[in-house]
Write a protein that binds this ligand. Structure first.
Ligand code: F6R
Length: 609
């Protein structure tokens, strides 16, 4: 995530506006903050780790001189949340400053190329290659303007970015650019602004210009000029009027963070696919060597572990044991040992039960691997190797986008391990990799085409006293997650079982009209699952099925269905299939007049055992 902001003002000092605008972007990250301005041809910089208010109290961000500047609020992805990794980042001379949101995929190659050319790097970030690349471009082509040097440098970047750069070479300009990370301009009589998101400038203007992928913008006292990065051709685009209140704007027009985060999943899944190969390989090597692997987590993260146990087994033939972190010490505390590997999964990286399990295993010399959304969290500090899920801050209490990101990383790990172990054919691996890359589009289709249908189903069933969620194979994890979402935000007691288990007790609850939700990918379990659906129908259940588009066999049997695009491999199915269940929980809570972002008795991060 991360938030960037830049402004060229006609008269006033830029720093106070940058500071207050970053505050409105703090929902995008709050690991560190930094502002750089230009006055009298010189750069002024203040930055530090920590939240904006704390850094401002210590440094006074407002007293930087000059009416041009850029700022950043960080969500760490590459490099710990420390001052040294805080943006803006500079070139060797300190005359070029850059703020960036996104992930530069080829930063390792660029960094070593630039180091070989004597550039000195101080941070662990991917961003730092950008000012050095601009510096190098200028060194090699001194006739270029700063704007042209930025444009040339951008052509070398792979990955996603929304960035803003300033330089003493052209002290009256900000150059900003976009590829796959959001960037928007604001304009009013006192100046021009660039930001990650509209709320940043909404108190000063509601006139906005959306920037598209592959575009570069020059902000100056004359206004803004948009060009195509590839050929420099001019793009003409007029500002539009935004009809948002400041409160709506922080949620980008969504009424709740939960629904915003559900809708963000195509973007977060895309980011998760940009994982650094190096870390995936490292984790894969540890998993390959392990004689026993425990997948340890709580709540939604546990459901990701449950799904992962099917992925590792089916793709890499690696048996793994998903364990509730709160049970780990009792269950395995005495037997875990130097040959054990723990893969701990935690959105926050701070869940007390997960950390206790990890600490116990660590004391017994086990290898600790971490998967978390929060770089710099305790889990990242105590893991031998960790990997970030790149989903950006999740503010709604119910985990949504971080769950699908966890699943995507775990699937990538299982695939790598499969490759390393030669357990499945290259064709199968290629197909699964292709499908993984397709998932952002698949999830986007589900949200676009099925949301209204799910809302209607939720409306119909919102006053039920109990729900069943069933699935077979890996869809058991999907069913468990559907149940947890509905219970925690709509307060409807719900039951989830592997569908085959329902006959061994839970089915006695079923009577006329009883709502039973099935997750039904077209996988090896499909036929048997149809049998389970018929058992429920025979007892008068009202069956709601999440099916693949065109699954006529199930359509003809059930009362309501929601369709996801066809042709999704079983091991990846929890990612798309959980999306309608997230929406079901959200709209049920809404229908009951509840606040889905703040369910009673719950906290985002459970730091007590
Ligand atoms: C449910 C939810 C919780 C968390 C659980 C673990 O929507 O958010 O069940 O999944 O508290 O939290 P992390 O993943 O931060 O360890």
């Amino acid at each position: 995530m991360c938030g960037i902001f830049g402004c060229v003002l006609k008269e006033e000092n830029a720093a106070p506006l940058i500071h207050s605008s970053l505050k409105r972007l703090e929902y995008r990250g709050y690991d560190s903050v930094g502002i750089a301005t230009i006055a009298d041809g010189k750069i002024y910089l203040k930055k530090d780790q920590g939240k904006i208010d704390d850094v401002h109290r210590a440094l006074n961000l407002d007293d930087l001189p000059g009416n041009i500047g850029i700022g950043h609020t960080r969500w760490a992805t590459h490099g710990a949340p420390l001052k040294v990794n805080a943006h803006p980042h500079s070139d060797c001379t300190g005359e070029i400053m850059v703020v960036h949101n996104g992930i530069i995929e080829n930063f390792m190659e660029l960094r070593s190329e630039l180091q070989n050319l004597d550039h000195t790097f101080v941070s662990k970030t991917d961003t730092e290659v950008i000012p050095h690349l601009i510096e190098q471009t200028l060194k090699q082509n001194p006739q270029l303007s700063f704007v042209a040097a930025v444009q040339e440098s951008l052509k070398r970047l792979e990955g996603s970015y929304a960035l803003a750069a300033i330089s003493t070479k052209e002290p009256d300009k900000i150059v900003c650019a976009r590829n796959e990370s959001p960037l928007v301009l604001g304009v009013n009589g006192s100046g021009v602004f660039c930001a990650s998101d509209i709320p940043a400038f909404l108190p000063v203007t509601n006139k906005a210009v959306m920037i598209n992928n592959g575009e570069l913008v020059v902000l100056s006292p004359k206004g803004y000029e948009i060009r195509k990065i590839q050929d420099g051709s001019l793009v003409s685009r007029e500002p539009e009027t935004i009809e948002w209140t400041a409160e709506m704007a922080v949620k980008q027009g969504y009424p709740h963070f939960m629904i915003k985060e559900i809708h963000e999943q195509p973007e977060t899944l895309r980011n998760t696919l940009r994982m650094q190969e190096h870390y995936l390989d490292l984790l894969t090597t540890f998993l390959d060597r392990a004689s026993e692997v425990f997948l340890v987590a709580c709540g939604t993260s546990y459901h990701a572990c449950l799904a992962a146990s099917y992925m590792f087994s089916k793709l890499a033939f690696l048996p793994t044991y998903p364990v509730y972190a709160s049970e780990f010490i009792e269950q395995h505390g005495k037997s875990v040992n130097i040959d054990s590997t723990i893969l701990a999964v935690s959105q926050s990286g701070e869940t007390a039960d997960t950390l206790a399990a990890v600490t116990c295993a660590q004391q017994r010399a086990a290898t600790i691997l971490g998967l978390t959304n929060v770089i710099g969290s305790t889990l990242t500090r105590i893991s031998r190797v960790y990997i970030g899920t790149q989903a950006g801050p999740e503010i709604g209490v119910a985990a949504t986008k971080t769950f699908t990101s966890q699943l995507s990383v775990l699937a990538q790990l299982a695939l790598r391990l499969a490759k390393k172990r030669g357990k499945i054919s290259q064709d199968e691996i290629d197909l699964l990799e292709q499908q993984l890359c397709q998932l952002p589009v698949t999830v986007d289709t589900i949200v676009r085409t099925q949301e209204e249908k799910v809302r209607q189903i939720a409306e119909k069933f919102k006053d039920r006293e109990v729900f069943f969620f069933l699935g077979r194979g890996i869809s058991t994890a999907t069913a468990f997650e559907g149940r947890l979402k509905l219970m925690e935000i709509a307060y409807i007691p719900s039951i989830a079982f592997p569908a085959g288990e329902s006959k061994h007790g839970p089915i006695s609850l079923v009577k006329e009209g009883f709502p039973v939700v099935f997750a039904c990918p077209r996988d090896d379990c499909h036929k048997t699952l149809i049998g389970n659906i018929m058992e429920m129908k025979a007892r008068g259940a009202h069956v709601i099925a999440i099916i693949e588009e065109g699954d006529e066999d199930i359509k003809s049997l059930v009362d309501d269905y929601v369709e996801v695009p066809r042709g999704i491999a079983s091991v990846l199915s929890p990612i798309p299939f959980v999306v309608p269940l997230q929406l079901l929980a959200y709209y049920t809570a809404l229908g009951k007049g509840l606040d889905p972002d703040m369910p009673r008795n719950l906290a985002k991060s459970v730091t007590v055992k």
